[in-house]
Write a new protein. Structure first.
Lengths: 489, 489
């Protein structure tokens, strides 16, 4: 029996896209489509039927309208760096890629705002305004390649989200093409608007409610001073206690990161910072920013707390060169993991800060039980864990076992009152875990909202929420067989 | 013809509520119902059919379910201090009052969280945790009488929202009874959760999506030091320029307030602070908080900026007694307005900070044109204006004219790229202005979301969004005739 998809007259549909966007903006050749068959979660692959590259809001609206009128599922894609398969095509879909929507539309320094198209790269925003003494705070590790549109879809975080919050805290307004092709504005120039906060719903909705075509970002004044402290501890628990001590002293560092012994040694093997003691149970990196006097006072207090919690040595850096040196190992942590083991699986979960010590112990136990080494590198200040499970995919069944270990870590996070994702999103990767966090009524309520925007279910179908097809048992086996470890970070 | 409402068998319905909540929690006598016929927007009045006072989530769910099953509209009410008629009953409705849900359920200092029932008074939260060195940041003027549930519904602000944000930035999670009587959880213990940010939609939804029965609040460390600066200027433009200067220097004060000459004199007439120079065009109050060193440095920089912008004199206060003295006039501003004129109408609008000078000039011109004096007292740092239009209601037609002037101020705000409400909400008061801010597609999208939660339209009908009935021309005349000036602040 022919499906509806097979009956579609793609020739006529492609003509409509050619007219709406121009032939150069429509990719139809199979070999060219290959580029788009996965995002940063490279273990899932699906070739789209067609890729379109609009340049304006009007072209996006026209593309979405063609999909709507012809019942074609569509997926939005920014730079394709996402780690949860949010931009993974679905079968027989149109992929709407924002790569050509890369203009900075307005820089308003007086109101500390920048308006951008979604394809603008995260880092460009800071580059554009840094001369005038401003910067854009959210800084995912991929910030030199990821796009603002993707950041909005995934509500991206970064090292500095401890103090400054994640993407949703820095978006003031979005122009959105919703799935029926209409153009709506959520939020605006000022932070608080009456009516429902649909901008808040849109940010982090992972492409299921529409596609942003103009984004108004809040920019911040570049801090007068920045200082980084590196403290090393006998145990990871002591480092965790120092984190709790800093926070409960009322200090909010710009960032606070922990790396365990396994990660320290991997990093020293690869990038040889020379700053991270190989025999430390864990190191803690604390970045403070603000006024000179504030940073100077904070530095003293953080150092005192670290010493009280048993820090063996302390290094501080106020000039940018030494600061970069102290951060170098942390930034290289994922890359270094690739040198420890043929493959690794990075998990992303959140726990309340006060549960750090307990959950880390459980992860250690899990590592011993399963026989897989787990390196811990994480945003300690906000409890966002990134355990790296090391394995060798050439060993039969290893990936399936590792995926199970990853799932058990998520369960630990949920049991501790945390979350199954801190910053990588749910996408196609974790939708089956959503029922661990949300009960049926909660999920049903989200579905109602999805349907309010996306009545026909054409925008990024199968993502974010569990579906019987992807989360059923039979489908699960097939999915696991398809999956390999993620190689891009 | 009998309406459905008239056909309802209230006797049977009341029996259901008696069983669900207990007789003491059901108010049915007409004279007792009178207390509930308005909220802080006293110009609108409507007696509810019944008032119920549940004590638990289960009782709220039972009450909402009874309404759902019997197609009875219902309105939630906290302390009833709202200024936009959000808790104004609608015809033949059940009013669900949270006054007996006044327990603080959990204090978790380690995770800086407090879980409360919705009837808990704003100020109690800080009182509960201040001994341990914490406080709850959002501080509406009504904070000693308003409830957290109402704050959540209206997304309340306050003097300190410049630095710390409004209610939505301090709510981590809510347990909500949605209009079909189900209980759902939005948000949680940790700030970032996957899935749609329905907590963000719920906060500020003005009772149209459900009723919060448990609220998890984020508490902050009490700052080490607080300092208040009072600067006086020849003109309000100069004070506005000082505000812009402070912000663009990268300083974010805890609060930044401007009062104009008319307000200064009214306040000095009534509370005689002795600190506010009667001949000043405007005074600027700046509160700085943080570490000792940070506040000391900020104080110097703010003083320098004020002097550069033409401040005639500067007073600073670091001890709490002098600080209170400097704030005293600002806190008494609305009360003092009542002494300037038999009646006054307070407007609440927002403009981008950089448009302050221009919009204030327009308001001055409007005052001259209309012949009504307008006093300006406002949260200058975030552009939240509170113009007080002075009038005498005993003069025939005065209120109607003043309402028109108030509407023109809102139009000015919208034209400047701002908002028709900063912190008082839309409720029954401003829903007819919503089309000035949002186009049809924007409002339609919000309606879809409303319907996703509130399919039968029973939760706070007629509020927040324009309806033909309340915003049609014929109805408008009737509404205006019913309206009088608000007397409660």
């Amino acid at each position: 029996m022919q499906t509806q998809q097979q009956r579609r007259n793609w020739k006529l549909i492609i003509q409509q896209f050619d007219r709406a966007i121009g032939k150069k903006g429509v990719i139809r050749r199979k070999e060219e489509l290959l580029t788009y068959e996965c995002d940063g979660l490279a273990s899932y692959r699906q070739r789209p039927a067609l890729v379109v590259l609009p340049k304006t809001t009007e072209e996006v609206a026209a593309a979405v309208k063609i999909c709507h009128d012809n019942d074609i599922p569509w997926v939005a894609r920014g730079a394709g760096t996402g780690l949860s398969g949010g931009a993974l095509p679905v079968e027989d879909c149109v992929l709407i890629v924002t790569a050509r929507m890369n203009r900075i539309l307005k820089v308003d320094l007086d109101n500390q705002q920048v308006v951008v198209q979604p394809g603008v790269i995260n880092n460009w925003v800071t580059q554009t305004v840094s001369g005038a003494g401003f910067y854009y705070a959210p800084d995912p590790s991929s910030q030199i390649i990821c796009s603002i549109g993707g950041n909005v879809a995934e509500n991206s975080g970064g090292v500095h989200c401890l103090k400054y919050g994640v993407t949703t805290n820095h978006v003031l307004g979005v122009k959105v093409v919703v799935p029926d092709g209409s153009v709506v504005d959520f939020g605006g120039q000022i932070p608080e608007m009456p009516g429902y906060d649909l901008m808040g719903v849109f940010v982090g909705s992972e492409g299921t409610l529409g596609i942003a075509t103009e984004i108004t970002l809040r920019i911040l004044k570049t801090p007068e001073a920045i200082c980084v402290l590196l403290a090393d501890f006998e145990t990871i628990e002591a480092a965790g206690a120092a984190v709790a001590g800093v926070i409960s002293a009322g200090i909010i560092p710009a960032g606070m990161e922990i790396m365990d012994n396994l990660s320290i040694n991997a990093v020293e093997d690869v990038v040889a910072t020379g700053c991270y003691p190989r025999d430390a149970g864990a190191i803690l990196l604390v970045e403070l920013d603000g006024l000179q006097v504030e940073v100077a006072a904070g530095k003293k207090r953080v150092a005192k707390i670290c010493k009280e919690m048993g820090a063996r040595s302390l290094t501080t850096a106020s000039d940018s060169e030494t600061r970069l040196k102290l951060w170098k190992g942390r930034k290289a942590a994922f890359a270094a993991a690739g040198h420890m083991s043929p493959n690794y699986f990075v998990q992303d979960g959140v726990i309340p800060r006060t549960k750090l010590a307990g959950v880390l112990k459980e992860i250690e136990a899990l590592s011993e039980r399963s026989g897989y080494a787990i390196a811990n590198v994480f945003h300690a200040g906000d409890g966002n864990l990134h355990p790296l499970i090391l394995y060798d995919e050439s060993v039969e069944g290893a990936f399936e076992e590792v995926e199970k270990v990853g799932g058990e870590i998520l369960t630990l996070c949920v049991q501790a009152g945390g979350s199954i994702s801190g910053e990588h999103g749910i996408g196609a990767d974790k939708n089956c875990y959503m029922p661990q966090m949300f009960n049926e009524v909660d999920l049903e309520t989200m579905q109602y909202v999805r349907e309010a925007f996306n009545e026909k279910g054409l925008a990024n179908p199968g993502k974010l929420f569990p579906t019987p097809r992807t989360c059923g048992e039979a489908a699960n086996a097939q999915k696991i067989a398809q999956m390999k470890s993620a190689q891009l970070f």
